[in-house]
Design a protein around this ligand. Sequence first.
Ligand code: ZN
Length: 319
Amino acid sequence: MGTIHGVKVFYATPNVQKLPPGHRFPMGKYEILRERLDAWPQIERILSRPASDGELALVHSPDYIRSVVQGTLSQAAQREIGFAWTPGMVDRARGSSGATIQAARTALTEGVSGNLAGGTHHAYPDKGSGFCVFNDAAVAARLMQAEWARDRPRAPLRVAIIDLDVHQGNGTARIFQGDDTVFTLSLHGAKNFPFRKEAGDLDVELPDGTRDEAYLEALEQALITLESRFEPQWVIYLAGADPHEGDRLGRLKLSFDGLEARDRRVFEWAWQRRLPLTFAMAGGYGHDIHQTVQVQVNTFGVALDYWRRWQNLRQNATS
Ligand SMILES: [Zn+2]
């Protein structure tokens, strides 16, 4: 039986971080997602290699990396992250950043690629927060810029980070403040965590209870504004599942169809402009965790559609 080629997606070594029973973070969703994607042979799942200290240091301070790796985070720092330190916490955070790095590199050659986790956008250079240890999207952005610059030192790779997790991408906004090569767009709940938000390049605050139509309209306006202010060459998309109406933390009321339309709009926008797109899962805390996973599975379906368009384009270009 030959290998079925399809959109490549990356995942870190499974089940390395064990949480105590009753922990607020739904770690089980990643395993359910992998199982659901088993039914989809054209989504080619690849075990990622972990991010190195050097890669993480493109974004994070050496002191912070050391305190994570060596397990010397203070109790307060662990509380802010929301996980007690364990070796598994480090492995998962490294692995997830590694998966986004590989999805970044793959998308830049194949058009579309993703991470089965990642999107840990509350991580700052020198601290973690809100279940986020390292900022995978920021690390991947900086690393791809560095690789790109080897051949084109005078023309930095321009990256748009489109963050549609329901919470503001505060860490990402802070990391790229003053950096005109990375545009940070975040659509998020006005009244939701983080309560002290950072200024990104474009922040769109949504009221509690926002539904499909208003959300999609806000997204449309945001994409128009983004395009009027920035000309990206690559998109990193945080496809958070937590704007779903069944989410415990989201406070918005998007349906499955609304979220799929959201995904489709972002992929279509990038495709129309022939911008490669890397996606990550970000948050999702469904009362029923299978609903969260369903939102994510739908994102992978959209990704496969757009990956096929890229392959058709490449085949037509070479025939
Ligand atoms: Zn979130």
